[in-house]
Design a protein. Structure first.
Ligand SMILES: Cc1cc2nc3c(=O)[nH]c(=O)nc-3n(C[C@H](O)[C@H](O)[C@H](O)COP(=O)(O)OP(=O)(O)OC[C@H]3O[C@@H](n4cnc5c(N)ncnc54)[C@H](O)[C@@H]3O)c2cc1C
Length: 482
């Protein structure tokens, strides 16, 4: 029997796994996706919120404000991209400016540092491209931006390097109580553990409801985005919000850590937990709203659109974090919608403390907190590039022209502590396919490298596991020409 079983390898499950790796515990993570960061943790705004939005006294406010300051040290320790850019909530009229004051008061109640309402000129000084209608803004200097899937991969890789075992492509179909713990059944095997951490995102209700009479209901809200090319990335410096509404923080415009510009999200109730499609209406709505922030947004700079599902718990609308009252040993981390990413480091610490309280483990004396990402060719100076190619000729073979990703980086992604096994896994570890041409150039080179490295036939290489094969058959004449 394992000590701890975690269901779900998003930023929450992976973060908890990494914190628990500090103890001498036998920990298993089961993830239904073909990789970590398969759910909301791969498709969100990537904002480390300051914490003024959530209601004082809520778990959202508490974990957000606790989590935000942890990002500097965590990103340095685990080598994932994070920048403290600051954020601005824009007001477009005197009435809206009064709402900023209320938001600032709420933020101060939550313990958010440095909040200030600034006038039009001060906004323009910070953001020269701001639209003419802007009247004032709430400045939150502690707001930041992060790459959510790189953060999740970094947490999971560090957990794996410290002994946590991840089983990807393992959907938990049933969970039962057994003497001394729990039994989770997957098509790939049965796993038993003393404690169960439910971090299953939009499916955390299903996991809880298999064990507890205190049922949870999670009703997803879909958020659609547009991603703009790097040439538009310099148009703004801060994350620009509009005033929050009843269904969320409103539509935002933000630079990304990779130099792109992100627009969105919408907020629509979505009955289908598998539906992450974007819609013409949703994307048009996003475009229309952000034009008020910055009028000069180029129409032809869109390179991608995507959607993510928020895990909204219907009864309380707050996070559920802690032991389930009627199922000893079950720790629920459910309803983790926004600001879940910002809260993840704080939630991970507290849940690890709950587990430690229950199991009284010894410390893991071999725990190594640091993790380094594979060196990125595009971040190297000319001299560093020359040296990299001298050491490894694969640094001289560019696979993705838009993002300057080399064959050496793709191979590193396929050989890491939690190796990528499909196109999306390579993409999220290297950025191959994330540039202007969206995989038009590297789309065929990557499967060949994946097939060569993993030993699977080219026709079995997938986009994201399961049935998402890229090729139906190999062209015999093309093979002969090789
Ligand atoms: C549109 C949108 C915008 C957002 N913007 C922000 C933001 O800017 N800042 C912020 O702080 N937060 C933001 N959030 C919230 C943030 O993304 C989430 O709080 C966070 O990613 C939740 O992480 P998680 O690990 O709980 O969930 P997920 O990342 O969804 O992980 C849950 C995992 O569990 C797995 N799973 C589910 N069922 C099973 C099963 N039966 N067996 C095995 N595995 C299973 C899933 O495959 C998934 O990988 C946003 C969310 C959305 C959707």
């Amino acid at each position: 029997m394992h000590d701890v079983l975690i269901i779900g390898a998003g930023v929450i499950g992976s973060g908890i796994a990494r914190e628990l790796a500090r103890f001498a515990l036998d920990i298993v993570v089961l993830e239904k996706g073909s990789d970590v960061a398969s759910g909301a943790s791969k498709a969100n705004s990537g904002i480390v919120h300051a914490g003024y939005d959530a209601h004082p006294g809520s778990l959202k406010a508490r974990y957000n404000v606790m989590g935000n300051p942890l990002f500097d040290a965590l990103s340095a320790e685990l080598d994932f991209p994070f920048r403290r850019t600051g954020s601005l909530v824009l007001a477009f009229s005197p009435e809206e400016t009064a709402e900023l004051d209320a938001l600032a008061r709420r933020g101060r109640d939550n313990g958010v540092p440095g909040l200030a309402v600034i006038g039009r000129d001060a906004v323009r000084e910070r953001e020269p491209n701001i639209g003419p209608e802007v009247h004032a803004a709430l400045l939150a200097p502690s707001g930041g931006i992060v790459c959510p899937y790189e953060m999740t991969i970094a947490l999971a890789e560090n957990a794996a390097a410290n002994g946590v075992r991840f089983f990807r492509n393992h959907t938990v179909d049933t969970v039962d109580l057994i003497p001394g713990g729990f039994r989770a059944a997957t098509a790939g095997g049965v796993f038993e553990a003393k404690l169960l951490v439910n971090a299953a995102g939009i499916h955390a209700d299903a996991v809880n409801n298999m064990l507890s009479r205190r049922t949870l209901t999670i009703q997803p809200r879909r958020g659609e985005y547009l991603l703009l090319d790097r040439r538009a990335g310099g148009l703004v410096r801060h994350t620009l919000f509009q005033l929050p509404g009843p269904t969320g923080k409103g539509v935002l415009l933000t630079p990304t850590v990779d130099g792109n510009l992100l627009l969105g999200p919408t907020s629509e109730e979505e009955p289908d937990k598998d539906n992450t499609e974007t819609t013409r209406e949703g994307l048009a709505y996003v475009r229309r709203l952000v034009r008020r922030d910055v009028a000069s947004l180029p129409d032809d700079a869109v390179i991608a659109s995507f959607a993510g599902l928020r895990a909204r718990e219907t009864a309380r609308g707050d996070f559920t974090v802690g032991p389930c009252p009627d199922v000893p040993g079950l720790i629920n981390v459910a309803g983790i919608e926004s600001p879940g990413l910002s809260s993840a480091p704080a939630i991970a610490r507290e849940v690890a403390a709950m587990v430690a309280d229950a199991l009284r483990p010894q410390p893991n004396r071999r725990f190594a907190p640091e993790r380094r990402a594979a060196p990125r060719f595009r971040h190297m100076s000319r001299e560093e590039r020359r040296e990299a190619v001298r050491r490894d000729a694969d640094y001289g073979r560019v696979v993705c022209r838009c993002e300057h990703v080399t064959r050496a980086e793709v191979l590193a992604a396929l050989r890491g502590p939690l190796p990528a096994r499909d196109m999306d896994g390579v993409k999220r570890r290297t950025r191959a396919g994330m540039g202007r041409c969206q995989g038009g150039f590297c789309g065929m080179r990557l499967p060949e490298i994946i097939a060569g490295e993993t030993g699977v036939p080219l026709t079995e290489v997938t986009k994201r596991g399961g049935g998402s094969r890229l090729l139906l058959t190999e062209n015999a004449s093309a093979r002969r020409e090789e």
